[in-house]
Ligand binder design. Structure first.
Ligand code: NAP
Length: 258
């Protein structure tokens, strides 16, 4: 059960953080994994680390997910390397701070271009290969921020992460006849390179708000993505699943006092 060996997996934003964690779980399970991001140096370093984990092949593909042609090239390169694409983890995303008072049109456009359009372009680019797989899987990395919660400074980001879910629900209906499922993982606070940049005070404050008492690991997200990619998950589609150590549960800080 839950076999992933031999599956051809493409993970965007996989040189660091959650994307790397997803890629590591698939690599450990014996899948062939294509990792995609912009920085060639980071891709090369990530390939070396991932190569040591499993028996599948690991390849690097450069992409800017905000560019539709770049996404088409990414899908073509992955298909050329592996012979097909069974699983797309559309994970690449950015979360720059921009309070509403000072947010510029460029701030807004950049976040929507990468997080929303980048998701759509990545899925579109892989459609033919996912359909050919007959067990195609799309796993989006959304967030609790936007779909469930809010945080000052990240209104544009929250909008982008909620938009991914709106996209997912109709994509799931459109693609079901081709045997493709589309689901989303909603991480809480996961200790990644990107989140580390928010500073120690932010990380400590977040840890205090999580019933589990700690931030999550990238692999915590990878394990759910891996399950959603299995043949056994074929009847799950259009769903968003929170992975957050219980962070969205407390009604107030008092709920965490005990
Ligand atoms: P991260 O550590 O900053 O890593 C981001 C990855 O995405 C890198 O590999 C980066 O590589 C790539 N990337 C960024 N812009 C890209 C673009 N335009 N095209 C292709 N690749 C791009 O981020 P993270 O914390 O792992 O977050 C990953 C995803 O999880 C995002 O969608 C984020 O919204 C979501 N998320 C994170 C958390 C958290 O707690 N960390 C919580 C909820 C949701 P290059 O810069 O080389 O392109």
């Amino acid at each position: 059960m839950f076999a992933l060996a031999g599956k051809n997996v493409l993970v965007t934003g996989a040189t660091k953080g959650i994307g790397y964690g997803i890629a590591a779980v698939f690599a450990t399970a014996g899948a062939n994994v294509a990792i995609a991001a912009r920085s060639q140096a980071d891709l090369d370093a990530a390939v070396s680390r991932l190569d040591a984990l499993g028996s599948g092949r690991i390849v690097a593909v450069t992409v800017d997910v905000a560019d539709p042609q770049s996404c088409r090239d990414m899908a073509a390169a992955t298909a050329a390397a592996f012979g097909g694409i069974d699983v797309l983890c559309a994970n690449a995303g950015i979360f720059p701070e921009a309070p509403l008072d000072t947010m510029t049109p460029d701030d807004l456009a950049t976040v929507l271009d990468v997080n929303v359009k980048g998701t759509v372009y990545s899925v579109q680019a892989c459609l033919e290969q996912l359909a050919a797989s007959r067990a195609g899987r799309v796993i989006l990395t959304s967030s609790i921020t936007g779909p469930v919660t809010g945080f000052p400074g990240w209104s544009h980001y929250g909008a982008s992460k909620a938009a991914q879910l709106g996209f997912m629900r109709t994509a799931a209906i459109e693609l079901a006849p081709r045997g493709i499922t589309v689901n989303a993982v909603l991480p809480g606070n996961i200790l990644t390179e990107g989140l580390r940049d928010m500073g120690e005070d932010y990380l400590a404050g977040m840890a205090r708000s999580i019933p589990a008492g700690t931030l999550g690991t990238p692999e915590d997200i990878g394990h759910l993505a891996a399950f959603l990619a299995t043949d056994e998950a074929r009847y799950i589609t259009g769903q968003s699943i929170v992975v957050d150590g219980g962070q969205i549960l407390p009604e107030s800080l008092d709920a965490l006092a005990g």
